[in-house]
Design a protein around this ligand. Structure first.
Ligand code: PLP
Length: 392
């Protein structure tokens, strides 16, 4: 069985975590250097990073424009920071938020626009700059949880705007087990963020031990050999705690979302910062391999290969994604179904939909997108492509 996801942790990460080798400051410094920014401030989760960024920007009771097709924790952070989400549908021929619709949604109450490079596809920075020039009261926040150092025409996406947020859980391009980061070149903003981060409760020894146990368990659970066993556990609903974020009808955060990130996560994070260039190079190579190996199968629409994209997911579109995923699982390949919901259609968020709003593109993506494993070696990728292609 080939699982869809496997964090790229090696013995260096495990040893660093066990020894609690690096401080949170080391991690922030390594991350800032990797991203080429002045400041990086670490938080326990990406969603906490976003929530604290709203706070540091003084945003409360404002409308925040965000994609309908994004991770639901973004909407949770908006609501739990006392703001109001305004969802915008995706582009007709892509995954990112439609900037024409986003611009039309801007009003006096708008406090920020969250530009998200979904699946690692860079948002159009020229279009975004034009919006920003026309509406200077709207803060531009880059959500780079899928994109890290993605580039639009050679310009890094995460530096276009006031700040960027990153998620670092085990399903992301690089990981610190859990964790989130804000990057910014604005010194005043970074001081406010640092003050907010240091006001959080210190990471307890108990939580640190749990983080260690978590990487051990998750790494084992996501190993091909253990996958049969894990599949049973998954059916019992337990494994979802590793990788799933949401319940349909609640807006909430993990219990420890206001507890500082600790040395265990920071130690893994520092090692992953040095692994990052190799991780991205591997993903880009696999995208090329999938492009070629999937070409003979017209029943499956390949994603575009875009210069500067970082492929958090390699997403193919098919008429019925759930059915294909079930057939692939039976054939020994687990396909991802990221993202398989449209936030404004979820029970908890229906009341935030404007009466005239509709999200046909987001819904279409939810139903049609599968993602192929990006942790595998080249030969396995070709095998996966052939196996999945034959099922379409
Ligand atoms: C994962 C993710 C986040 C934040 O994630 P956490 O799980 O809170 O670290 C934010 N935005 C997007 C698009 C994501 O996929």
């Amino acid at each position: 069985m080939i699982p869809r996801l496997r964090p790229k942790f090696g013995s260096t990460e495990y040893r660093a975590a066990l020894e609690r080798r690096h401080s949170v400051q080391n991690f922030e410094h390594s991350f800032a250097t990797l991203m080429g920014v002045r400041e990086a401030i670490a938080f326990p989760y990406g969603r906490t990073a976003l929530l604290m960024l709203f706070r540091a920007l003084g945003l409360r009771g404002r409308e925040i424009i965000c994609p309908a097709y994004t991770c639901v924790v973004v909407a949770h952070a908006i609501v739990l920071s006392g703001n109001i989400p305004v969802f915008v549908d995706s582009e007709t021929d892509g995954f990112n938020m439609d900037f024409d619709r986003a611009e039309a949604a801007i009003g006096e109450q708008t406090g920020a626009l969250i530009a998200t490079s979904i699946h690692g596809y860079p948002v159009d920075l020229d279009r975004l700059a034009a919006i920003s020039a026309r509406f200077p009261h709207v803060e531009i926040i880059q959500d780079c949880a899928h994109s890290f150092a993605a580039e639009w025409k050679k310009r890094p996406v995460h530096r276009a705007g006031r700040a960027a947020i990153f998620g670092l859980n085990i399903s992301k391009i690089m990981s610190s087990i859990f964790g989130g980061m804000v990057t910014t070149d604005d010194d005043a903003l970074s001081s406010r963020l640092r003050a907010l981060a240091s006001d959080l409760k210190p990471a307890t020894a108990m939580r640190q031990a749990q983080r260690l146990a978590y990487i051990a368990a998750a790494s084992l659970a996501l190993t091909p050999a253990a996958f049969g066993v894990v599949d049973c556990i998954r059916r019992a609903g337990l494994i979802n705690r590793f990788t799933e974020y949401y319940a349909e009808d609640v807006i909430d955060m993990p219990l420890d979302y206001l507890q500082q990130i600790g040395r265990v996560e920071a130690s893994v994070g520092v090692v992953q910062c040095s692994a990052y260039p190799a991780i991205i190079a591997h993903r880009r190579r696999l995208a090329d391999i999938y492009e070629e190996a999937l070409r003979p199968y017209p029943g499956l629409r390949r994603p575009p290969l875009v210069e500067g994209a970082t492929y958090s997911h390699y997403v193919a579109r098919v008429p019925a994604a759930d059915a294909l995923a079930a057939r692939a699982l039976a054939a020994g390949v687990e396909l991802g179904r990221v993202i398989d919901y449209s936030i404004p259609d979820m029970k908890a968020y229906r009341k935030y939909s404007r009466p005239d709003a509709d999200f046909p593109q987001a819904r279409l993506l939810n139903e049609s997108v599968v993602n192929l494993p990006l942790w595998v070696d080249d030969a396995t990728a070709r095998r996966v492509a052939a196996a999945v292609g034959e099922l379409t």
